[in-house]
Design a protein. Structure first.
Length: 59
């Protein structure tokens, strides 16, 4: 599903606010990864692989 730039930014802003309430921070790198996935620049599998790699390094 392709998102317009406005939809993408609105969704990202809402997600960041929700995560901030829980004490979680979305980094610039995270935003770039999310945008790439939502714009279909990378596959869902690539998104998951990269996200899992980052999560395992953050432990």
């Amino acid at each position: 599903m392709a998102y317009s730039d406005e939809q993408l930014e609105n969704s990202l802003r809402n997600a960041k606010a929700s995560l901030a309430v829980e004490g979680m921070i979305v980094t610039d790198e995270d935003e770039k990864l999310i945008r790439a996935a939502l714009k279909a620049e990378i596959t869902h599998e690539e998104f998951l692989r990269i996200a899992m790699e980052r999560a395992s390094k953050a432990k």
